[in-house]
Design a protein around this ligand. Structure first.
Ligand SMILES: Nc1ncnc2c1ncn2[C@@H]1O[C@H](COP(=O)(O)OP(=O)(O)OP(=O)(O)O)[C@@H](O)[C@H]1O
Length: 244
């Protein structure tokens, strides 16, 4: 797998990511409990694991939105806060401005000092060209999520986090989102995608990080993980047995 944007004149490479002994205590409990992992190369990493395993909190820590209680996160040697602007995050529930579809994109392009003429192309890319002037609040769930994706892409991130972006969407909308993400990945963007959907994970993952009780239980290439997970909890999870 190759690295992206490692030129001698540009900023230091984002990857490898090194996470060591990460602990996050909330409400008196260690919700992340000594988590360590590395990410490198290109492609799509899917983070899976049962409810409450710590997936969403891990994304927020990696993106620099919250700070750990202890432990160490370094993106190419830099702390998360130093690289947040080089990354984008898409949440399960899209957070959109109460303005038109076009204005939602325009706002991001303007804030980033980017060419605002790109907006039309981005809306076309996510299949929303015909909704340009519509208020964003009138979009369906699938359309709103595609607009959230377009906004993330408008920042031209090197890496995109997606936290269960298709959890409440119909099958056609799920596939539409997956196609856009796969295209971004094929264009060289690093993807970190949280999902509960085993079939979705099988479609999109190059590698899987399986979390359980705030720790990494297994980290493997998708081609190894799905046919033969090493850990008993991952095996149970893939087989639909309850894992607590
Ligand atoms: N602000 C908070 N205060 C106390 N506990 C919290 C807080 N936020 C999250 N937690 C707890 O931390 C644990 C991990 O939460 P997280 O949202 O990361 O889980 P998850 O793996 O994304 O779960 P799910 O699959 O259900 O979305 C959960 O037990 C949750 O209840």
């Amino acid at each position: 797998m190759s690295e992206r944007r490692t030129t001698s004149s540009g900023p230091p490479a984002l990857l490898p990511l090194k996470v060591r002994d990460l602990v996050l205590r909330l409400g008196g409990a260690a919700v992340l409990d000594g988590l360590s992992m590395d990410l490198q190369g290109a492609g799509c990493t899917v983070i899976m694991g049962p409810n409450g395993a710590g997936k969403s909190l891990l994304l927020k820590l990696l993106h620099g939105l919250i700070a750990p209680t202890s432990g160490h996160i370094r993106w190419g040697g830099q702390p998360p806060g130093a690289v947040t602007a080089r990354q984008a995050m898409v949440f399960q529930k899209p957070v959109l401005l109460r303005r038109s579809v076009a204005a939602n994109i325009d706002f991001v392009l303007k804030a980033r000092g980017k060419d605002r003429a790109c907006g039309a192309g981005l809306l076309d890319h996510v299949g929303l060209a015909h909704k340009t002037d519509q208020p964003a609040r009138l979009l369906s769930g699938g359309e709103a999520q595609r607009l959230a994706l377009a906004r993330a892409l408008a920042t031209d991130p090197e890496l995109m986090f997606l936290d269960e972006p298709t959890a409440s969407l119909d099958p056609a909308s799920v596939l539409a989102i997956e196609r856009i993400v796969a295209q971004a990945r094929d264009d060289g963007m690093r993807i970190v995608f949280v999902t509960h959907d085993v079939w979705q994970a099988r479609r999109i993952a190059d590698e899987v990080v399986f979390l359980h009780r705030g720790r990494v239980e297994e980290h493997a290439r998708a081609t190894d993980f799905f046919p033969e997970p090493r850990s008993a909890v991952a095996r149970d999870y893939l087989n639909g047995r309850i894992v607590l």
